[in-house]
Design a protein around this ligand. Sequence first.
Ligand code: SF4
Length: 338
Amino acid sequence: MALEEVKNWFLANRREFPWRENPSPYEVWVSEVMLQQTRASVVVPYFLRWLTRFPTLEALSEAQEDEVIKLWEGLGYYSRARNLLAGAKEVVANYGGALPDTLEELLKIKGIGSYTAGAILSFAFHKKAAALDANVMRVLARYTLFQEEVTRGRGKLEKRLLDLLPEEEPHIVMEGLIELGALICQKEPKCSICPIASNCLALEKGMEGELPLLLKRKETVTLHRLVACIESEGFFLLKKNEKGKIMADLWEFPFVEKGEKSLELFDKLLGVKLTLQRELPLEKQFFTHYKVLLYPNYFLSDKKPVEGYEWVLKKDFLKLPFSSGHFRIARELLKDEK
Ligand code: SF4
């Protein structure tokens, strides 16, 4: 049988994760959305916290967006959390609170794309379905010697995947392929210990290093930002980013591009007199193709109202959803409390 070796290897080597223990469709949905762009070990505590707070799809559908964002804090790409909430409301309104079990219906739900739909059908409903993530694309492109750019050739790869999946327990092979890509057929493939090496066409042709073919990524741009953590009488000056803008609904300290005139820029932006106390440790933040270096400084000032900003009590930091880099700065400031 095709890919029988993957099944045996996976059953003997699978890593234990809370979303792998007989998951409900809702649990697969939440875990797969969290796992996009994030390592599994990082996702575990988020997944457990999420299910404690929102054990069912109905519970999630009744949540306030602020609370959902707060629970997501640190995972980044917050539109995923917003889409989960919007999708949960749709499922309650249109499907009586139960995720449907067909590709066509799943794809109608906000935030569910072809990968997540395939994962739900496979891991929760045990159907023969293609969950084609970057790991599986890499394995298949090599194993079947797929010599087109994989994103453009996604449809063809999905067909190859469905042809390879067995009729019986296809979900085990599907999950096994994801695990194989994560642990063995990595960017630098470990062919010597790969369970499907004997049938791998890329290995046979010596092309495992050249595949998969990928679109050229946009170059990363580094930004340098001076961040002002401004305290007055136990309050800090913060801003909630506007809807529709980058980092929408997330809280941040005031910042300006770092340069010789940074302090003058703060003067212009805020109109409050700042007295520098100390520098805080450098933090990094990543979004789309940007790498942002944050240089936080701790200032004291008068507590004057500043348009577009709010004075927030330091002890309330833990209630607010911050963007990831600013969250780490807030955590650093909270250390002073201990
Ligand atoms: S033999 Fe090597 S290239 Fe082929 S699937 Fe296994 S790890 Fe990947």
